[in-house]
Each structure stands twice: as structure tokens, then as C-alpha cells.
Design a protein around this ligand. Sequence first.
Ligand code: ARG
Length: 399
Amino acid sequence: MADTIVLAYSGGLDTSVAIRWLQERYEAGIATLTMDLGGKVDLEAARQRALQIGATRADVIDVREEFITEYVWPALQAGALYEGVYPLATALGRPLITKHLVRIAQEEEAFAIAHGCTGKGNDQVRFDVSAAALAPKLQVVAPAREWNMTRDEEIAYALARDIPLDLNKRSSYSVDENLWGRSIEAGDLEDPWVSPPEEAYAWTVSAAAAPDQPREVEITFRQGIPIAIDGQELGGTALVELMNDIAGANGVGRIDHVENRLVGIKSRELYEAPAAIALHAAHRALEGMCLTKEQSRFKDRLGAEYADMVYNGLWFTAHRRDLDAYVKSTQTHVSGIVRLQLFKGTCTVVGRKSDESLYRHDLATYDKGDSFDQAASVGFIQIFGLPVRTQAEVQGQAD
Ligand code: ARG
């Protein structure tokens, strides 16, 4: 209906308060949408709570497989790590969430979508800009950007209106999680000098507590997409879940990063991304076998650009689509198996093989069977070194 707002609903305090706040402020009907991207949300409980607070419609959907195949795999293939370290779990989830909000808004002929982001982070940008791309005329409302309530004021607001709250689960951190990783910030982490407390982490054991025996694991890729672990073929969701478990149990996946937000501030964020770290390492190693020097180098630069696009909320743009086309093309021959060793927080590539590998033993070997023509190097070096020799003769030696 034309007086409807579709709200991305997590079931937490902010978005629960937002249901009522939007109703009162806009005299609107609120349809909520709760999505499972692998963040272990209780979909049915969220649905019930939304209806209890007064939502006119409460959808819940499992988008895990879509998330992995349409968003995570392209980012993995691109080698997209923001500032070289962050695998972009939160950032990749936002355009997908926006896409489904917009879809329901169109079904409902709603005038706006809404999300729970504050005015200080990157996520508001990702929602708003994705919506601008998908439905340029649709309004986006961000209650937490407008209402200026502290957490205690929100609780008072909720109590005054009988909004059911589940305050026990609350940790002292702000956490966002999906299959590709957990993002943890705020609380005592805001002091960049403070060591990450053990309780900030949920998917990984500390290196000290990890098993004393290394765990080797084989990852099979087909055209740059992981399809099997230790020979067992798995769909995207199951594969990432298993990889999170295996790597996390060996202490692999912790990241402590001071990052540059799009809105101009630096923030300290912890990430837990066991599968992402392991799969990026394995994928890169396989590319090392299957791509030429030029392809690898150019792709590295492109990976940084791709990560910026994702981080900055520019998923639904022609530029990202164009980058994707290039990346896809590079992955044609990136098929094979990589063996990782996971050991007390480290993830090391210890073996790789591919039927399409450009590594040729007969060219590389120092043993017999060498097919490299060493005599040909003489002429090659003559010509390669020609400008150096010429300059030295004419201009003297450079120190
Ligand atoms: N800094 C990350 C990003 O911009 C995560 C943001 C959400 N983090 C959180 N703990 N709620 O993608």
C-alpha cells in the first residue's frame, strides 16, 4: 500500500523500536523483512516479534545460497580484500538485503524502505546507494540517523510502548555477522591500544588453545569457485560453513584492523573470517599456478578497486559489473586443488596442482629432463641488457 514502509528487521533493539517509531512518525504501515545470510538469526522468532510490535506484514527469507553464489564468490574470484585484509562480509551483505527490501517495497507499492543504520557508518551508504540504483524514486528512511536516542532512551521508549525486548543476549560489542564473517566493534575496542579480549571472538579459538597438530585441508576449485573440501563436493553455504569450522578450530580467521571508513573516520574493527581467509589464500595460490605474471599483477590492482567498490556501497553499478566481466574471464582456467596447512592461527599453502597449470616441471627442474634451452639465455640477455650497456658506455656508471 502507498502508505507502507518496508523495514529491514533484525529482531534487535534498534529495529524493534524502529517499527513503532516509523508507524508514529510517518503514520505508515510497516512491513518487515528479516533475512538469513548465515548470521544465526531465529527467523521465526523475529517474525513473531515483528507482528507483535505491530508490523502489518513480516517476511522472513533464507538468502544464504544467493549470498554466497551471487556476492561472495565474485568477491573471492576478484581477490577483494579491503585495505588488503578485510574480506568484506558486512559490505557484501548490504546490497543483497537492499535488493530484497526493494522487491517487497515494489510488491507492496510502498513509498519507502527503512534500515537500522546510524549516520556514522558505511552501512547507511550501502543501503541508500544500492536503493538509489535499484529504485531511484524510492525513499530511504534511517530512524537511528534521525531519532537521536541513546540506548537507554531507546529502552525507555520500548518499555513505554510494551515493545517486547530480548536484552539478555546483548554483548558489549556491536556485532554484524553472516556466513562470510563476523564484524565486531565498539565498547573497549574503541581504544586501538587495547588487545582484543577473548570474549569478542565466537568462531575461532585462540592460537594458544588451538590443537598442537597441524590440520591439512584440500580445497578444490572449478573456474575460481571452491566446490569441494577434502574431496567432498559441497554447495556454497555448506562449503563456507565447513571451512569456517575447520579453520576456526585451528585459530585461523582473526583480524584486528584500523580501517578508513567512507565517511572519513578511522575505526578499529575486529573481524572473524576463518573461511574467507583460508579460501582467499587458497584461491590466490591457485591463480599463481594458472595465470600469467601480467594477469596476476593486473588482477591484484583490480582486486583493490573491486574491494573499494564493495566497501563504498557501489555494488549495483556499471563499473562493478564491468570489473566482474574481466574477473570472470580471468577465472576460465583457475581450476585445481590447493592444500592448506592450518596450525595455531596460521594458514599456509603447502601444495597446489592443476591440469591447467602454467607451471612446467620440465622447464623448472634442475634435475634431468630439463627442456629449458640454457644456451638461448645468452642472446636473450644480450638484448635485454642492451640499453643498460649503452647507457653505461655513453653516460658512465650509475651508482
Ligand atoms: N566496518 C565494517 C564495514 O564497514 C563492518 C561494519 C559493521 N560492523 C559492526 N560491528 N556492526 O563493512
